[in-house]
Design a protein around this ligand. Structure first.
Ligand code: 5GP
Ligand code: MG
Length: 179
């Protein structure tokens, strides 16, 4: 991993992300105030966004986690989504909001939402910090969206490069050093 030799370009600053997360939390609090909100956070990528978002939610909220895999080793979705760790039991009566870091092909979110619908919740919606609509392979429009971004591989704020950089507090793009 030669990331140190490359150029990091900040795409979204810490402040921009925090401002947006606050707005999204307020919007969700307003929309779900008569409902029974259950946030389902998709690990590992969404752990930081979820932590910031839920602290901006001012209504009662339960929080569960799911782990899925699709990426394998490359930067392209394999298209095969595996559920490694699931939400247990039946979701009758809950209004589920699936939270993820980014939708790219959309395959992960679509698959998870369809899967959770089989557990009989009242509603299933999704909330993502970042969206790359140019790469969509399925019909999916995020119900709550932080930022639309160009088709570039992004890192930081939960998003990994190899197994690292999830802890960087902003989102950046890795570009090649000038020739
Ligand atoms: P999708 O199923 O929508 O193609 O991809 C969803 C998952 O792929 C995301 O939750 C994220 O883990 C990973 N992913 C997609 N785009 C990027 C990216 O630009 N950077 C990183 N680090 N992960 C990404
Ligand atoms: Mg992910």
């Amino acid at each position: 991993m030669d990331i140190e030799k490359k150029v990091w370009e900040v795409l979204l600053s810490e402040e921009e992300i925090q401002t947006r997360a606050k707005q999204m939390g307020e919007e969700i609090s307003n929309d779900y105030k008569e409902k029974k909100l259950l946030v389902v956070s998709l690990l590992k990528g969404s752990f930081i966004f979820t932590a910031d978002l839920v602290r901006r939610i001012s209504i009662p909220v339960k929080i569960e986690f799911m782990t899925t895999s699709s990426y394998g080793h490359g930067q392209e979705s394999s298209g095969n989504i595996n559920i490694i760790s699931d939400v247990k039991g039946d979701l009758t009566g809950y209004d589920v909001l699936v939270v993820d870091d980014i939708t790219d092909s959309g395959l992960t979110m679509k698959y998870v939402m369809e899967h959770l619908k089989t557990k009989n919740p009242t509603t299933v919606k999704c909330c993502v910090l970042l969206d790359k609509p140019d790469r969509r392979q399925v019909d999916l429009v995020p119900d709550y969206l932080g930022f639309t971004i160009p088709d570039k591989f992004v890192v930081g704020y939960g998003l990994n490069y190899g197994d690292y950089y999830r802890n960087v507090p902003y989102v950046f793009v890795v570009t090649e050093q000038d020739r």
